[in-house]
Design a protein around this ligand. Structure first.
Ligand code: TYM
Length: 331
């Protein structure tokens, strides 16, 4: 069974990324053969960016993943732009991807509304490249957060269309969205997901935040005028923190609700903050030494790219042959 997932090298990674996706990557290493994780620098250039920052962020994200427990001996970790098969497959798949489907992508609508200067064609095409990322490896499973559900549906549709038209070449992948923590919400505006690009810094917890910063963010987290610590549609802030505490302490949300049945909001928020401080401690402590050694990071990414290229080039050979593109296959 193959697992594939991708993560953007933009901004600093936050608790939503960790709970929704990164913890699943770590766990996937023991189930998959292999687990393949890609830092998607080519996706990052679809919105305004600075070239020097991009390089730096790529190392930051690589170091975050390693500090979180990705082990280059047990997974394939690489940089998207090192494996040219992704961009070639993106173009080949464009032939079976409906323009109307791309037009319906929520993330395109949201991100294009936020662009101040240029809404790039790349932003519109983003989901096709994402489909190519996964389909190039014939991956079975894609661990992601809730916000990627529609992109995964689209890649399934692209794979199905391709196979109908050209024969059974691609694997139709399944998403793996966690039952708890698939959509961690902003602490200041809990009706909205925690995001790198939208909202104030105080609404998101960065993985590398110092304990006091974490405490102060949860301390000022928005709740509601009630008193009960229960999940409910009109209690977005409390519901969000129940989910966070459940994941951070490896319990169910019901168990958290039972424990805090008699508690007040203040004590509850303190407990969530302390749990998150501990939950992120290993990442925070391991990060600096890993990040400092850029030569080692490059070495890990290069080894990963070599292994990734081997897998992706096989798929590309089959796709090209099935589509009648390029030199005819021999034999
Ligand atoms: P990115 O870098 O924005 O996010 C990385 C992962 O974090 C999840 N996530 C969240 N989960 C829970 N709560 C949140 N508030 C939250 N915010 C983000 C995302 O769902 C994601 O799993 N398009 C992808 C990158 C990508 C990709 C791929 C993913 C490119 N190619 C192929 C899977 C397969 C993205 O923007 O990730």
């Amino acid at each position: 069974m193959r697992i594939f997932s991708g993560i953007q090298p933009t901004g600093e990674k936050h608790l939503g990324n960790y709970i929704g996706a990164i913890r699943q990557y770590v766990e996937g290493q023991d189930r998959a053969d292999p687990a393949i994780y890609c830092i998607v620098d080519l996706h990052a250039i679809t919105v305004a960016f600075d070239p020097e920052e991009l390089r730096k962020r790529l190392y930051d994200t690589t170091a975050i993943l390693l500090a979180s427990g990705l082990d280059p001996e047990r997974c394939v970790l690489f940089r998207q732009s090192d494996v040219h098969e992704h961009t070639e497959l993106c173009w080949l798949l464009a032939g079976v991807c409906a323009h109307g489907d791309l037009n319906r992508m929520h993330q395109f609508k949201e991100k294009s509304e936020r662009q101040r200067e240029l809404v790039s064609a790349g932003l519109f095409f983003y989901p096709v490249l994402q489909a190519a990322d996964v389909l190039a490896y014939r991956a079975d499973e894609v661990p992601v957060g809730e916000d990627q559900r529609q992109h995964i549906e689209l890649m399934r549709e692209i794979a199905r269309r391709f196979n109908e038209r050209f024969g059974e070449v691609l694997v139709v992948p399944e998403h793996r969205i966690p039952a708890t923590g698939a959509k961690v919400m902003d602490l200041q505006e809990p009706e909205r997901k925690m995001s790198t690009t939208v909202g104030a810094d105080s609404g998101r917890v960065y993985l590398l935040d110092e304990p006091d910063a974490i405490r102060s963010k949860f301390g000022s987290a928005v709740t509601d005028s009630g008193r009960e610590i229960l999940r409910a549609p009109d209690k977005a802030g409390i519901s969000n923190m129940i989910g966070i505490l459940a994941v951070a302490t490896d319990r169910s949300e019901q168990e958290v609700e039972a424990e805090f049945a008699e508690a007040g909001y203040g004590d509850f928020k303190k407990a969530v903050a302390e749990a998150v401080v501990e939950y992120l401690r290993p990442v925070r402590e391991a990060y600096p030494a890993i990040r400092e050694d850029e030569k080692n990071l490059e070495r890990i990414l290069a080894t990963g790219a070599g292994r990734a290229r081997e897998m992706a080039s096989q798929t590309l050979g089959d796709v090209r042959a099935a589509m009648g593109v390029g030199v005819p296959p021999s034999g």
